[in-house]
Design a protein around this ligand. Structure first.
Ligand code: COA
Length: 157
């Protein structure tokens, strides 16, 4: 089974890494697809997010980082993904994710597989990470240690 895990990853957090690791175990191959959020402009460039995700997944052999614009289902069809994978953090995610999954299935027949975020990470979001980083604080416990210095350096420039 080929999975497509779309997101903005602006920047990737420990929560994203956990979902990627779990999804990679479920799929024979997993595309992690960087998209532009329809809700806000990004703080990190596509290239920076690609670098961050590549660093995080360098030891996961069945993962490839790609980027896309436009619809998730168009990207899924292009890479011949069998399923879209999304992480769910809390009930506040559910309504939005339900709508996206239903629209994606209606447009393409492609199902969405939801993985429940671990409680340890369910409070995380990239917005919180960006705000803390902008105040000059360390990001331990928020982003993987492997990329903390990259995230801080990218935000400084
Ligand atoms: N752990 C921690 N944080 C998580 C998380 C997890 N497991 N899962 C999601 N989040 C956070 C993200 O960090 C992000 O935080 P932010 O808003 O502070 O930046 C937030 O939840 C939203 O998640 P994300 O998946 O990154 O963005 P999104 O929900 O807007 O989805 C796309 C991004 C690209 C998948 C979506 O915009 C999209 O589908 N765009 C294409 C258009 C389309 O096809 N629409 C669907 C058909 S209607």
């Amino acid at each position: 089974m080929k999975g497509l895990l779309p997101g903005t990853f602006d920047p990737p957090t420990l929560g994203h890494l956990e979902i990627i690791q779990r999804a990679a175990k479920l799929c024979d191959f997993l595309y992690v697809a960087i998209g532009e959020s329809s809700k806000s402009s990004s703080s990190f460039t596509i290239e920076q997010r690609r670098d961050l995700l590549a660093k995080l997944t360098e030891k996961i052999s069945n993962v490839e980082i790609i980027s896309f614009s436009g619809l998730v289902v168009a990207c899924a069809k292009k890479v011949k993904a069998d399923v879209i994978v999304r992480g769910l953090r809390s009930e506040s995610d559910f309504n939005y994710e339900y709508q996206m999954a239903a629209a994606n299935r209606q447009m393409s027949g492609i199902e969405t597989l939801f993985l429940m975020a671990s409680p340890a990470y369910s409070h995380l979001s990239s917005t919180i990470v960006r705000e803390i980083a902008r105040e000059g604080h360390r990001l331990q416990g928020l982003v993987p240690d492997d990329i903390e210095s990259m995230v801080l350096a990218y935000l400084r420039h």
